[in-house]
Write a protein that binds this ligand. Structure first.
Ligand SMILES: Nc1ncnc2c1ncn2[C@@H]1O[C@H](COP(=O)(O)OP(=O)(O)O)[C@@H](O)[C@H]1O
Ligand SMILES: [Mg+2]
Length: 320
């Protein structure tokens, strides 16, 4: 039934009932009106209005639900749909909206996949150049300095040693940068080693106490899934260092049913505002890329828990 006829029918029911009551109930209205009659009339009017409002609210509730979803829907949490209730054009609008969401979610997934892959490729390129160009020439400088220091007279030698030391530190920094940009260990030694090295680096740099808990019987994951898990761990740890004001952080990787679950838990101040910046949204996009999901919740007492559930390769056939 169309919205027009539904509203009309609702009003007809209410007005019809009122008229029937007037016709068949033993009520009369005198002129001038008596107090009791006025009370009965006003009471009747109130009942009619309340009934009308209730029926209208009921009839329009699918639209209210639709408006609410329209204002809150988030393409990074896909799968939010409404039942096409309400009949007529209301159901049609809801069905169209659901179809539109479906299309937008797909487009969003494709475009963010493209952006993320381009970003990873660019990072790989920069890492390669840093490693091959800057790293190589700094190594050459280091060797040159060492040779010069060996041959130099003693007052100069100390200075050359100092220059050597600074160069070595810079070279270490370049290597760290390369590792951050392109986790080479991921390709060479796998996810667990890469995460171990990431957390060790993190612990040395921040002075936080890091606990690792990695299941030993983890299944083989696709390279994309491993990279997503690694990047989410990296971003979560950066957030802990930047925002959490924590003492301890634990990083866990365990097998649950058909998925591998990464959990990063800190004992810091917790996320107060639900404001999600580029970092968290980036993690959600990466999760979608491999058909996984990201959940951010308060940790047991204080602090924050970031959890990524990544299905393993076998159970995500839709991912090419
Ligand atoms: N582990 C955490 N503990 C406390 N607050 C956090 C944590 N992680 C994120 N936040 C909060 O969530 C906000 C959004 O994080 P994010 O999207 O990574 O953006 P950014 O790190 O660039 O500020 C942060 O500004 C911070 O207020
Ligand atoms: Mg961040």
């Amino acid at each position: 039934m169309s919205l027009f006829w539904r509203i009309f029918a609702l009003n007809a029911v209410v007005l019809g009932t009122a008229t029937a009551l007037l016709l068949w109930a033993p009520v009369t209205v005198s002129v001038p009106v008596l107090l009791t009659e006025a009370i009965i009339l006003v009471g009747g009017l109130a009942v009619m209005l309340v009934a009308n409002a209730a029926l209208l609210r009921l009839g329009l509730s699918p639209l209210a639900r639709l408006t609410k979803l329209m204002t809150t829907v988030d393409l990074l949490r896909p799968g939010q749909r409404l039942p096409a209730s309400g009949g007529g054009e209301v159901a049609e609008v809801i069905r169209t909206f659901n179809a539109m969401l479906e299309r937008l979610e797909q487009e969003r997934a494709t475009s963010s996949a493209r952006a993320l892959l381009a970003q990873e490729a660019e990072r790989r390129r920069i890492a390669q150049e840093l490693h091959d160009e800057v790293g190589q020439s700094m190594t050459a400088v280091l060797l040159g300095l060492k040779r010069a220091a060996d041959d130099a007279p003693s007052p100069l030698r100390a200075e050359l040693h100092e220059a050597q030391e600074i160069t070595r530190e810079s070279l270490d920094e370049v290597r760290r940068l390369v590792r951050r940009l392109r986790p080479g260990v991921l390709d060479d030694l796998g996810l667990v080693s890469a995460l171990t090295s990431l957390t060790e680096d993190f612990a040395t740099h921040t002075g936080l106490h890091v606990t690792r808990r990695f299941d030993t019987d983890l299944p083989a994951l696709s390279p994309e899934a491993e990279l997503v898990l690694y990047r989410v761990a990296q971003e979560s740890l950066t957030d802990v260092a930047r925002h959490a004001d924590a003492q301890r952080v634990s990083v866990a990787l365990r097998l649950a049913d058909e998925s591998v679950v990464l959990t990063v838990t800190d004992d810091g101040s917790g996320i107060r505002t639900p404001r999600e910046g580029a970092g968290i949204r980036g993690m959600r996009e990466r999760a979608l890329l491999i058909g996984g999901s990201l959940e951010i919740s308060p940790a047991s007492r204080t602090g924050t828990r970031v959890q990524l559930t990544a299905p393993h390769a076998r159970s995500s056939p839709d991912h090419a």
